[in-house]
Design a protein around this ligand. Structure first.
Ligand code: HEM
Length: 401
């Protein structure tokens, strides 16, 4: 029999989707010696690992603590419930609609105004990497002059997290960013505690549940997490939506004509090319999944990118189709209902509705401003990255407005 695909190999990096199929069909449970991890790829197994409380990420070492500090990603039990309840209300409902939507709209418009007269642009470098970071800085109520500075920190953090080759310079820059962000944030956090305003940072420092609140260090770690969890993901999601639509011009035309299809284009992009490809869990007792047993305490790599293309779950899974019927987009949380890109269960993405609002505004404004948007040279950019994946660049042309 053929060998199981190796997710650390160059072939996998070039096209993970072919390997994902082989895994789902022939190797639904793999032990990877180098990663010291089991790997699951079928929809039903990944879904279960997210939903079944036997699988946890309590105290899991994501290799992100050196740069962020301790965050809710690796908390469980009551500690996680309380911490999550302290931050979650800020990212939905009235807060989102009334306070943050105008911030999202303003930042999209400003970025687009900077290149709409040029006739060409790189939608990654000139839009997607900036948009979510600028939004977070403004939501926190920090000075807008600091967009550039935060973008630099953002870049250092995601380079650190994606530094598979352990380049010492990248590592060193990531760790230095932790110091710089702390030196910047701690005094601002203390100032907001003394004089709270109407911004997200004030909400975070004053939030209280059952007499518990966040320390200065907790708030700083959460802000750092926001840059990666809220920045890199949304960055890659916007780039992904445009890449997939530009590669399928008839679908781009359909979305342009009916903007009500934008949530479907977002959901289908998250299914077809999810920004986060893998998430780790550890079972707290022996469990049986497709293909065998995972022993208690062992790490399991859950392949979102593979599960989202499982033919047992989706018809014609390797086709991008904003009109597909097996992906519901009817309600507010619909972007989460039928694919695994936001995970499920207790760690389900806190920022899903914020991400959805950013995509709706960003896509709408780009379509309005760039009426005949097309790929430059008809080149569909390839994705890059292992844990997170997305186009490294997206060169487009349009009639200058
Ligand atoms: C958690 C994906 C946008 C903040 C997660 C998880 C995934 C994910 C897969 C689960 C991690 C796990 O189970 O261990 C995405 C994608 C996004 C996105 C694909 C964009 C399309 C955002 C935004 C924010 C955010 C805009 C900003 C608020 C978080 C936080 C968590 C999280 C704080 C941790 C939740 C917890 O551990 O309880 N996200 N995310 N995300 N996300 Fe997102």
């Amino acid at each position: 029999a053929a060998a199981a695909p190796d997710i650390l190999s160059p072939e996998f990096a070039a096209d993970p989707y072919a390997s994902y199929r082989t895994m789902r069909e022939q190797f639904p449970l793999i032990w990877h010696e180098g990663m010291q991890s089991y790997i699951v790829s079928r929809y039903q197994d990944v879904e279960r690992a997210f939903k079944d409380p036997v699988f946890t990420s309590d105290n899991y070492d994501w290799q992100i603590e050196p740069v962020h500090g301790r965050t809710i990603l690796s908390m469980g039990g009551r500690e996680h419930s309380v911490r999550r309840a302290l931050v979650a209300p800020a990212f939905r409902g009235k807060e989102l609609q009334e306070k943050f939507l105008p911030i999202i709209e303003r930042n999209a418009a400003e970025l687009i105004d900077a290149f709409r007269k040029d006739g060409s642009a790189d939608l990654v470098a000139q839009f997607a990497t900036w948009f979510p970071i600028n939004v977070i800085v403004d939501m926190l109520g920090l000075p807008r002059e600091d967009h550039q500075r935060f973008h630099g920190w953002y870049t250092s953090i995601i380079d650190f997290l994606g530094n598979l080759t352990q380049d010492p310079e990248v590592n060193e820059r990531g760790l230095r960013t932790r110091e710089e962000l702390a030196a910047y944030m701690i005094p601002v956090i203390q100032e907001r505690r003394a004089n709270p305003g109407d911004d997200l940072l004030s909400t975070l420092v004053t939030a209280e549940i059952d007499g518990e609140s966040m320390s200065d260090e907790d708030v700083k770690a959460f802000v750092s997490l926001l840059l990666a969890a809220g920045g890199e993901t949304t960055d890659k999601a916007i780039a992904g939506v445009f890449r997939n639509l530009l590669a399928n011009p008839e679908q781009l035309a359909a979305v342009r004509a009916d903007r009500g299809l934008i949530p479907a284009a977002f959901a289908e992009t998250l299914r077809f090319t999810p920004p986060v490809h893998m998430i780790m869990r550890q079972p707290n007792q022996d469990v049986t999944v497709s293909g065998g047993t995972i022993e208690a305490g062992k790490t399991v790599t859950c392949l979102i990118g593979a599960a989202n293309r499982d033919a047992e779950r989706y018809a014609d899974p390797d086709r991008f189709d904003v009109l597909r019927e097996d992906l519901t987009t009817a309600n507010a949380f619909s972007a989460a209902a039928d694919h695994l890109a936001f995970a499920l269960g207790r760690h389900f993405c806190v920022g899903a509705l914020l991400a959805k609002a950013e995509i709706e505004v960003g896509v709408n404004q780009l379509l309005d401003a760039l009426p005949d948007l097309a790929l430059a040279g008809d080149i569909v950019p390839e994705e890059q990255g292992l844990f997170t994946r997305g186009p490294g660049a997206l060169h487009v042309i349009f009639t200058p407005a």
